[in-house]
Design a protein around this ligand. Structure first.
Ligand SMILES: [Zn+2]
Length: 461
């Protein structure tokens, strides 16, 4: 977050879309005809989904630690294939291969063509079979809706005319290599894994449908996502970065369920699930992710060694494992990985400090107050952060000057998380000097001592 310097405006599903969604429910049409969604625009053939998925799976198998326990793999593959066999828009070409990543983070992802990865942490966090079935049914939804190759198709279309694409994608050889040549990186940080909110809604819709057909309580999927997001905010960062939470997830999913058919006596758990969970809990602790696994997990905590940054008219100390980015009207001090790239909302600072000067409108009249000018800055920030909320505000001293400290809450660019911001403002000649200290809510307390030390080191001219 910050005052709009690093954040481009995001597209959000508007309230009217949600309403349309709810009122469209056509009563008694049950079964696959009741699915609203179909796979979207796609330049790839179905077999190419499988080829691309296979090539990337080979890459990912090298990048991520996998559970090799045969009993766990048999259970997950039996369950996964049973669910996939009920998926709409299924295709006999799909591989439907399920692997378990040996990580305590709660995550799951699907490659095109039916290569699905579920983290050990997700299985252990599930309270029963219906919940983990929900996760796997959701991932199967990404496969049958072809979200991976749909996203690549859109990216390709943006950079090359169709005629050229037809030629390239028609060739034989490694698709992954051809796409890499066009600048589309693959592996664990691939565009194949970054879902849009609308893709998420579709995967929810398919996942709910599959759960119903398989005899599980179809509420289990959305409930699991909501529970783990609240209960384990630090373990779900990657999941919600790749699977942005659709607005009103539970409500929208609940409204789908009556269209699927009459309520049944739901299956909730199985002895096989409980045995698998126990087996995973008894395996040795999960290894630390390799450095190449990229953006999984939060940045390392701030170093206690501080270095000085000399800016225009001020200086401040900051942790020596952070980086500095500067443009003409703002300075950002950022931990590694503290900027989040998101296909829908652009790039935004999720951790660190942003320092800038603000020119209040009221300054034109010469005589202006700190509180009014800070209010004006907050109004400006709300243009790109409509959910920005003041938690508390109070006076403080900054190098002997009157200053205002404002604690804020807003949506973090880390999908599905809340963010805390400490805004400190003071007057510096005719402008408002502002520092924003940023961290996800769950980590704010861990960053607070660093933020305090930085504030104490501030020197203003
Ligand atoms: Zn998803």
């Amino acid at each position: 977050m910050n005052d709009g310097k690093w954040r481009r405006s995001g597209k959000r599903l508007g309230a009217s879309t949600i309403l349309a969604f709810l009122f469209l429910a056509p009563g008694m049409v049950w079964g696959v005809e009741s699915l609203k969604s179909k796979p979207g625009f796609n330049l790839f053939k179905m077999q190419q989904d499988v080829q691309l998925g296979k090539e990337n799976a080979e890459q990912i198998d090298k990048e991520l630690p996998l559970v090799t326990d045969p009993q766990v793999l048999r259970y997950i593959n039996d369950l996964g294939r049973r669910l996939a066999s009920l998926a709409p828009h299924n295709n006999s070409e799909y591989a439907w291969t399920f692997k378990v990543v040996n990580s305590s983070d709660i995550n799951a992802f699907a490659l095109p063509g039916g290569y699905i990865y579920v983290n050990r942490g997700a299985i252990v966090a599930a309270e029963n079979e219906a919940q983990i079935a929900g996760v796997m049914a959701h991932e199967s939804g990404h496969v049958v809706m072809r979200h991976g190759t749909h996203a690549v198709s859109q990216a390709l279309l943006a950079q090359a005319p169709l005629a050229i694409l037809g030629g390239i994608l028609g060739q034989t050889g490694s698709l992954t290599a051809q796409l890499a040549e066009m600048g589309l990186g693959l592996g664990v940080n691939s565009i194949l894994l970054k879902n849009s909110r609308s893709a998420e809604s579709q995967a929810d819709e398919v996942g709910t449908y599959i759960l119903y057909q398989a005899g599980y309580d179809p509420h289990a999927m959305a409930q699991f996502f909501e529970i783990v997001e609240k209960k384990y905010p630090q373990k779900t960062i990657q999941f919600f970065a790749d699977h942005p939470v659709p607005e009103n997830r539970i409500k929208v999913v609940d409204s789908e369920i009556p269209r699927l058919g009459p309520a049944k006596e739901w299956k909730t758990d199985s002895p096989e699930f409980e045995a698998t969970k126990e087996r995973l809990l008894s395996l040795p602790a999960t290894p630390a992710p390799p450095a190449s696994a990229g953006s999984s997990g939060p940045p390392p905590l701030p170093s206690s060694r501080l270095i000085k940054f000399e800016g225009k008219g001020f200086s401040i100390d900051y942790p020596d494992n952070w980086q500095m980015q500067q443009n003409e009207d703002a300075v950002a001090l950022i931990p590694p990985g503290g900027i989040v790239e998101d296909a829908e909302s652009g790039s935004a600072q999720a951790y660190g400090t942003s320092i800038s000067r603000f020119q209040p409108q009221s300054s034109r009249q010469g005589n202006w107050g700190l509180i009014d000018a800070t209010q004006e800055l907050l109004d400006t920030m709300r243009l790109s952060n409509p959910n920005l909320r003041v938690i508390k505000q109070g006076g403080m001293k900054l190098e002997g000057r009157a200053a205002l400290s404002t604690l804020l809450e807003t949506d973090s660019p880390l999908q599905g998380q809340k963010e805390r911001d400490l805004l400190v403002t003071t007057r510096q000649s005719d402008s408002l000097f502002s520092l924003i200290f940023i961290a996800p809510e769950s980590l704010f307390d861990a960053y607070k001592p660093t933020f305090d030390a930085m504030l104490q080191s501030l020197e203003l001219q």
